[in-house]
Design a protein around this ligand. Structure first.
Ligand code: WT7
Length: 631
């Protein structure tokens, strides 16, 4: 299967066709996959409701496309290279034939443990190859995987398990990350105190640390594998059946369980993978994300395996054993395409450049970034020291909700431009809207980014809450999909994403809603209320600043600051800990009682020369006091 565009003219032609007749365009792409039954209709949608369906009536199993199909053409080719946290531990190479066998075996383990089609399975796992195997094993039998990033706390895990009513939890005794060990089983045990839907816990042995064993729930992964064979027919799925749920933070309340479906997600992740990265037969592709995020789902597991690629999975962190580890791995495995986050680039750029230059990076052909806007300095550092000015850089804008890359250059085919995601992929119709929701017709403009027409991998709903799905993505600007980002467009039609326009802050590439963090802060008995905003941070892109009011008799202290950080860490995860906590007499509020975050954001960014209109404030006097004591 080659879905690849190989010239600028071919891109322009494909883009044109995809706009003029989206159904024919996507049908011709979809033809190249293995279907149990072809579709009756390519697309049906109504974004006022909103509903979107692709490949209606078709049947498939995504693992037949990721695995079985390759058994004929490339059985012995390496599918997954696994690089351990500890550089002295051997890496693993898993061929397509072996991966197929492991997936089928583990699918049988799932079945033996009561998992049926449609059941939700939660995966709370370190970055071991078995995580990818388990994801595919779920898909094999039509179970819905819900991967929860292993850095999340027990309560964050519990919320996600309960929301999806997961039946089985897959976890490990612990996970290695740099010098640290995450006690995954202990955290899971804590979560399960409040998760009655879980009937079985399958535990992978990785760190061999001591764990508490609960005989009524727990079984060992390796012992269960002893009981099965490696034959497992793929379950035929409707194109619109659920493939997975993946949680992303919202600006209010609990996380949103984004639902992705089998057919459209398959077609779009493979198409975008092959085109953006220009993967060629025999290449070694590495995406440094964790499978706990959408980047890992779409561009470590599904996109590459659908394309018959070799995909590298790294268990560890960029700083271990030293800050040259990424480049050491690039040299060791002769990586050709390297895809990471701006926050990682900024962190590594702080160290002596010898940590990069001492490695042979001559195999690199393509560099990529994802997760947040990349700043000019980081872009040039990446281009110069890693890419040696000879690798195109794809700055890929997309979201958990979009399933795949939406705006990006195609490596070496369309031009890149520092700090710009550039042009949409075929099938993607971005527009800029003004505050009233009108499309801005001028090419050079700045506005609210919106998408005008469905593409196959759009998340279809928020699990269990379709109303919220409508409210968040389709209500503000009816008939458009609203991603929540602002953007500008240059005279050449290149898009540059300028950042969130809602209360979501991207910290080190992690999408964090401020509301859940405020809720956590407010749980401290001495806290009355709080407002959390982002502020620019040299390495993390953004960091969190919490403004906190306490009860009158409370004397703010370093201990209190520490206690609040601990609560946030425990409730959401260490990533959500505010960098700065300022105790204030009051929060600036509008007459309707809404905290004016705009002002707090400016103070946090030390940009107080023009605070804008404060006339609607109920208590303007608090503002100067906050400025005087700001951190
Ligand atoms: C938000 C989505 C997509 C996988 C990782 C994050 C921001 C993402 C870029 C980029 C500027 C970007 C947006 C978006 N974002 N990529 N290349 N340039 N901003 O997925 O956690 O769902 O976050 O990340 O603000 O809305 P996510």
């Amino acid at each position: 299967m080659s879905l690849q565009i190989r010239s600028l003219e071919a891109y322009q032609k494909a883009y044109q066709e995809s706009i003029e007749c989206p159904a024919d365009f996507w049908a011709s792409i979809a033809e190249q996959f293995v279907w149990r039954k072809k579709w009756d209709k390519v697309l049906d949608y109504d974004w006022l409701k909103p509903t979107t369906q692709w490949f209606l009536g078709a049947q498939l199993n995504i693992t037949e496309n990721c695995l079985d199909r390759h058994l004929v053409t490339r059985p012995d080719q390496t599918a997954i290279v696994w690089e351990p946290n500890d550089p002295n531990e051997p890496s693993q190479q898993i061929s397509y034939k072996e991966l197929h066998s492991q997936v089928c075996s583990f699918a049988n383990v799932l079945k033996n443990n009561g998992v049926q089609k449609g059941d939700r399975v939660c995966l709370y796992m370190p970055m071991v190859a078995e995580l990818a195997v388990a994801v595919l094993a779920c898909a094999r039998i039509g179970a819905v995987h819900s991967v929860v990033f292993a850095g999340f706390s027990s309560s964050a895990l519990a919320v996600r398990i309960n929301d999806a009513q997961c039946k089985v939890l897959l976890t490990a005794d612990g996970g290695f990350r740099g010098h640290k060990i995450t006690p995954l089983k202990d955290i899971a045990d804590e979560a399960l105190k409040t998760c009655p839907s879980i009937q079985k816990v399958i535990v992978y042995q990785r760190t061999r640390q001591n764990i508490t064993w609960n005989p009524s729930l727990d079984v060992w992964w390796h012992e269960e594998l002893q009981k099965v064979n490696n034959h497992c027919p793929a379950e035929p799925m409707d194109a619109e059946d659920m493939l997975f749920i993946l949680y992303t933070s919202g600006s209010t309340g609990k996380p949103k369980g984004m639902v992705h479906t089998c057919g459209g997600y398959m077609v779009y992740t493979a198409y975008s993978f092959q085109n953006v990265f220009q993967y060629q037969e025999g290449d070694m592709y590495w995406c440094t994300a964790d499978i706990g995020w959408i980047t890992g789902h779409s561009y470590i597991v599904y996109g590459p395996l659908l394309s018959g690629a070799t995909t590298l999975m790294f268990e560890g962190v960029p700083s271990y054993h030293d800050f040259g580890r990424f480049w050491e791995i690039c040299e060791k495995h002769k990586v050709n395409q390297f895809y990471t986050a701006p926050t990682a680039i900024r962190a590594l750029a702080k160290y002596p450049v010898e940590l990069v230059t001492k490695y042979d990076l001559s195999n690199l052909k393509v560099l990529g970034t994802v997760g947040e806007p990349i700043n000019e300095e980081a872009w040039h550092w990446y281009d110069q020291h890693v890419g040696k000015h000879r690798c195109p850089i794809v700055d890929t804008w997309w979201q958990t909700e979009t399933g795949g890359i939406m705006i990006s250059s195609l490596a070496g085919i369309t031009a890149d431009k520092p700090t710009f995601a550039t042009h949409p992929l075929p099938g993607i119709q971005p527009v800029l809207l003004d505050q009233q929701g009108n499309e801005i017709t001028a090419t050079k403009a700045e506005g609210i980014l919106a998408i005008k027409h469905p593409w196959p991998s759009l998340a279809r709903t928020i699990y269990g809450d379709h109303k919220r799905y409508k409210d968040v993505y389709f209500a503000a600007y009816p008939t458009y999909y609203f991603p929540g980002d602002g953007a500008l467009r240059d005279a050449g039609g290149n898009y540059r994403i300028t950042g969130r326009v809602d209360d979501v802050v991207i910290v080190s590439g992690h999408n964090l809603g401020t509301a859940p963090i405020e809720n956590a802060v407010n749980e401290h008995e001495k806290v009355v209320e709080s407002a959390v905003v982002g502020f620019p941070h040299e390495v993390k892109g953004n960091a969190l600043y919490a403004y906190v009011t306490t009860y009158d008799d409370v004397v703010p202290s370093a201990d209190l600051t520490q206690e609040i950080k601990e609560i946030v860490s425990k409730t959401i995860g260490p990533i959500a800990k505010p960098d700065k906590i300022q105790f204030v007499k009051g929060l600036p509020k509008t007459r309707s009682g809404k905290i004016m975050r705009r002002i707090l954001r400016k103070i946090a960014a030390k940009d107080t020369s023009n605070l804008g209109d404060v006339s609607t404030l109920l208590n303007p006097e608090v503002v100067q006091d906050i400025i005087n004591h700001s951190l």
